[in-house]
Design a protein around this ligand. Structure first.
Ligand code: ZN
Length: 293
């Protein structure tokens, strides 16, 4: 059976189950999901190819950017901010120093008014990281340490908790800041490139991991999304940020089937382009640039 039919049937089944998100696949004339109206939480998994970036707009219009794609996505990031009418980013989080997450962040900082910035206590000996530090210095921003246990002041209707990294790790991926955002009955978990070791420590920390939407760890690599972690998160929707035909084999087949088996509906930047999720606190709706192939 063609995949398209599977998708349609999946949608019908979901509708029958009464828990369907509305998926609006836009056509070429209307290329990207639009900014949501006020009073809702909008989470955009921005298509930055092989890399990570999520833009959040709160019910009262507060903004947060988690990561900013790779170095070659600087202009793409600035275009997204313009498209979504972002003049100020109240919170910026650089989850960890890898180029596919912070590469575009220097230019974002140069060209946007920034409230607070969070980064984990880990450095990288790269030009990309140095360039980000320069932009931070030029703006006279003070970096706050990203670590588990923080509650971030953002919008009084939305709870923003940092639940990772629980401790220090040698591996930069495991140092990834992990953020849980809760609005009413809906919640979002952003895991950046945290791997199984960090996942294990988050489970051990006893924090409530359950989330409606999971930003799948490390672009769907098999080093992340361990079964025990996934069983705690119990996501209804899983979003994978990986680029078309990337050299890493992301997302991994094992992870895709694991997500499916655990009941998560998967959306991918490489298939659907930028993915927008809007929550009114009870229900969510999902829109992508393109329909799944
Ligand atoms: Zn990455």
């Amino acid at each position: 059976m063609a995949k398209f039919h599977v998708w349609i049937i999946g949608l019908i089944l979901a509708a029958l189950a009464g828990c369907s998100p509305t998926f609006t696949g836009n056509d070429a004339a209307n290329p990207a999901p639009i900014r949501s109206t006020e009073g809702k939480l909008q989470v955009l998994f921005l298509d930055v190819g092989q890399g990570g970036s999520q833009l959040l707009i709160s019910p009262s219009g507060k903004t947060m950017l988690i990561d900013a794609g790779n170095n070659d996505k600087e202009q793409v990031m600035l275009n997204y901010l313009k498209q979504y009418q972002i003049k100020k980013l109240d919170i910026v989080i650089g989850t960890h120093p890898d180029a596919d997450h912070i590469g575009g962040m220097d230019k974002v900082i140069d060209h946007t008014s920034i409230g607070r910035i969070y980064m984990p206590k880990v450095a990288a000996n790269t030009r990309t990281f140095e360039s980000l530090l320069e932009s931070i210095q030029n703006k006279k921003l003070q970096v706050q340490t990203a670590k588990a246990g923080l509650t971030l002041d953002w919008d009084e209707a939305v709870k923003v908790e940092m639940i990772g990294p629980v401790t220090s790790y040698e591996d930069s991926n495991n140092m990834s800041a992990v953020i849980k955002v809760t609005y009413g009955k809906t919640s979002f978990l952003f895991t950046a490139d945290a791997e199984a070791l960090s996942e294990k420590d988050m489970i051990k920390s006893g924090v409530d991991l359950s989330s409606t939407v999971l930003g799948v760890g490390h672009h769907g690599s098999k080093s992340s999304t361990s079964l025990s972690f996934l069983k705690q998160v119990k996501p209804q929707y899983a979003i994978i940020q990986s680029g078309k035909d990337n050299n890493y084999g992301h997302p991994d087949k094992t992870i895709l089937s694991r997500l499916k088996k655990e009941g998560a509906e998967v959306y991918r930047n490489d298939f659907q382009g930028t993915i927008s999720i809007v929550s009114d606190g009870s229900h969510i709706s999902i829109a992508g640039e393109r329909k799944a192939k």
